[in-house]
Design a protein around this ligand. Sequence first.
Ligand code: SPV
Ligand code: MN
Length: 621
Amino acid sequence: MSALEYLKKILEAEQFEKLAKIKNDELHEFVAKYIQHLEPSKVFVCTDDERDIDYVRKKALEYGEERKLAIEGHTVHFDNYYDQARDKKHTYILVPDDRKLPYINTKNREEGLKEIHEIMKGIMKGKEMFICFFSLGPKNSPFMIPAVQITDSAYVAHSEFILYRKAYDVFAATPDIKFFKFVHSEGELDERNTSKNLDKRRIMIDLEGEITFAANTQYGGNTIGLKKPAFRLTIHRAVKEGWLSEHMFLMGVNGPNGRVTYFTGAYPSMCGKTSTCMLQHERLVGDDLSFIKPINGEARAVNVENGVFGIIQGVNAKDDPIIWEVLHTPHEIIFSNVLVKDGKVYWTGMGEDIPCEGENHSGKWYCGKKDKEGNEIPPSHKNARFTARLIYFRNLDKEALNSPEGVKLGGMIFGGRDADTWPPVCEAFNWRHGVIMKGASLESETTAATLGKEGVRKYNPMAILDFMSVHIGDYIRNYLYFEKRVPTPPKIFAVNYFLKDKDGNFLNTKLDKSVWLKWMELRVHGDVDAIRTPIGYLPKYEDLKELFRSVLGREYSKEEYEEQFKIRVPELLAKLDRIEKIYREMGNVPPEIFEEIEAERKRLLEARHSFGEYISPYSFL
Ligand code: SPV
Ligand code: MN
């Protein structure tokens, strides 16, 4: 029996028709295989029709994965108390042999596939399976990657209809189209409708088959196939094909006379990625994932997604007016792992009084409640999130979001958190210097929000380490090669919003980043000069003074400038040593890494010889 015949036999006529309209044997075989293997009691095929999406919304409520809130369109979802983030430990990249990847779990492909199929055998018994069609990147564009999600979670399917571009039409119109495949089951649920068998939680990434699996978890970062599971596949594909799939926001910065310059930005978590791309007076395109391709000799970028799965902790009316507005307007939003009381949601750092009881990720909650380990449970989880469409954000650059050719990329920003090493903003000498000394050297200090010691610098190249599905050496080699295909590549910048003085006070305010962005915008077009220092180009005081006045309406003193932009030779040398050690030990990395490190060390040592250990930017004029 062919797959299509099998599907005709077992599916309701209406659902079968939707699949039969797609002329694609591979799709039919894939769906048939997993219906047989997962054994759902019901199957629903989601087309792009609003009625199908509404069905998914209703099922999320009916099955108790979401609940209605007081504001129209708002719902809340809870994940298991121990299923609140990506499970790095149980995520595996499947590899053909016993190959290892630096920093990432791998498993032999055969073994991994066997294990996940055993775990998932019959896992959807008594459940409804949803089959949904989406596109990564804009549809019908050189960036598009069609994808099919199979899941038994209406919450996951619902989230995807908010976060991604629907693409049943693409599948129906294009016989035998190639596509990514995502298979997810939340597994058995407990009385709160959260995944129960967390000991059997697994996320497996099969690069060869371009298919991912997630079992016994609901948390979006594990389960929303098009987000982080797909990201491992696209990194792998990009390195194979010579483009870039990045953990980067995409935004437009408004320059003089109506000019708009587009930037992508990679920052490890808690380093200012969201707050930068959401800046009120600039243009938001995407907050998490970008594809960058060489097209006609230009670097062109798109947002992979269509919505935001954003951290809600700390979002408040004053600092985040746009997100605040989105979260208080009646339209489709899923809140997850927040505190709910009388249909209203609350979260830590919202700038309002939070009630001392309600329901949260731990179930019924009251102030001072402790978990099994004796830790006090906060009102909302620090990784509590909101899921919303980008069209709700009033600073959205709609045209850029929808452009099939993407936008021309002017600059790339790498942002770390460090108290004493990088200046607030710095431009790399060229592509190669930027890729290696800014992107591949990115580090971020641990904060109070992570377990363990504070202020320890963690290596996180291009802020992509968690997802690095290829060898880091190959990934960097691909980056270096990109320049050959794009004669004038984007300028590369490094930012650091977290410099501190001797007493531990931040040297910059939260708003200063809007000035650094404007300076970078001007630099992309060569509108202002800069100072050549051992680590790259730094802004001139006069230009920043002018920008602080025009952008923030405040005086920026020479003293602030000198303190913030001084070259801190001992810390910079120590960083070079750390990075060099990492790459020496890693092996199989491009030799350019060590050439750049050596050249930068030499420049720093010469500068120290002439000017001492802490050098004012004026010394380099
Ligand atoms: C991140 O952690 O980088 C996120 C959230 O964007 S998650 O979807 O969990 O990856
Ligand atoms: Mn992310």
